[in-house]
Design a protein around this ligand. Sequence first.
Ligand SMILES: [Zn+2]
Length: 98
Amino acid sequence: MSGSAQCPRSDLHFDIHHAGFSDCSIHYLEIKARCKICDKRMVFQGLPLGMTPHHPTGALDGGEARLPFLGEGEELTGKVIGFTGRVVDFPAGVDGGP
Ligand SMILES: [Zn+2]
């Protein structure tokens, strides 16, 4: 068993970044996490790829969670942009896929 597998992850460092935009009301909290003991990066599970004001998303490798939020009672206004996606497995040697 490796050292990192035995690590209790009892001391995690969270890197939290707030992103807001002047032209729309949505804000995002972007979260990364790393173990201070073994330096292993934490991978967030179950988040769809992307960045959208409509639901939480994550980075392609799971290394960042993105949580959209508004002030209580506020509406989503302004020029909203974003994207979502999913990872698909391409057969070897096939370009483009479905
Ligand atoms: Zn650790």
